[in-house]
Design a protein around this ligand. Structure first.
Ligand code: GLN
Length: 232
């Protein structure tokens, strides 16, 4: 493996609650697919890093403002984001889906959202998607900074639905967070590791080299299976 830059510790921003990609276990430690991936890649490529759980939008803004070196946060590789960031190869495919309260029998499609509120998470693909269909289906957006708060707003009944990534909502449904899925996921982009455009290219190259190795050894698939089981 390559020698690490002398004493360099890369600062990596992430989300706070985005299970199974990043979340706290009962000991308060941050675990999840992203946490295992960056750890395995750092070991493979011999670099040091520190994780900063900041929330998704805050992490993306911190990256833009040069306050962190990279972001790993289930971050979708979109054309718009490529104007500001360079992304690694994709490591997981996801798309946006609608979530509703598990006991709600009224909402079956976007048409049933007319006149209702819909919870969204600032700065995400789920937000952009909901915004893009809000006037067509006649609902209003209620923004939150964290997925957990967005789900809470649906469970209390203030919002009729929320939009979040399929992998995350499907995992939550399985873990009995109190929400269920009733629509098919919208097609979405892959998740990638991001650095500021044109900067930290050494870190980006190491991430890609490590990811390629993990894919070749099967370690990447093992990490996905550890959290997603047979849905990996
Ligand atoms: N994949 C979504 C996005 O990139 C959501 C990421 C997140 O909430 N951590 O916008």
């Amino acid at each position: 493996a390559a020698e690490p830059a002398e004493g360099k510790v890369y600062i990596i921003g992430t989300d706070v609650t985005f299970a199974p990609f990043e979340f706290q276990d009962i000991n308060g430690d941050f675990v999840g697919i992203d946490m295992d991936l960056i750890q395995a890649i750092a070991e493979d490529q011999n670099f040091q890093y520190e994780i900063r759980p900041m929330g998704f939008n805050a992490a993306v803004q911190a990256l833009e403002a040069n306050q962190v070196d990279g972001v790993i946060a289930g971050m979708s590789i979109t054309e718009e984001r490529k104007q500001k960031f360079d992304f690694s190869e994709g490591y997981y495919d996801s798309g946006v889906v609608m979530g509703i309260d598990k006991d709600n029998e009224e909402i079956k499609s976007y048409e049933d959202l007319r006149g209702k509120k819909v919870a969204v998470k600032t700065g995400t693909e789920g937000y952009s998607f909901a915004e893009s269909i809000a006037s067509q289906y006649g609902f209003t957006l209620v923004p939150f900074d964290e997925s957990a708060l967005m789900y809470e707003d649906v469970k209390t009944g203030n919002s009729a639905a929320c939009f979040d990534d399929h992998a995350v909502l499907a995992y939550g449904e399985q873990q009995n967070i109190g929400l269920k899925l009733v629509t098919e996921p919208e097609p979405g982009a892959s998740y990638g590791f991001a650095v500021r455009k044109g900067e930290n290219q050494e870190l980006l190259q190491k991430f890609n080299a490590g990811l390629t190795n993990l894919k070749a050894t099967g370690a990447h698939e093992e990490i996905l299976e550890k959290y997603l089981g047979e849905n990996a």
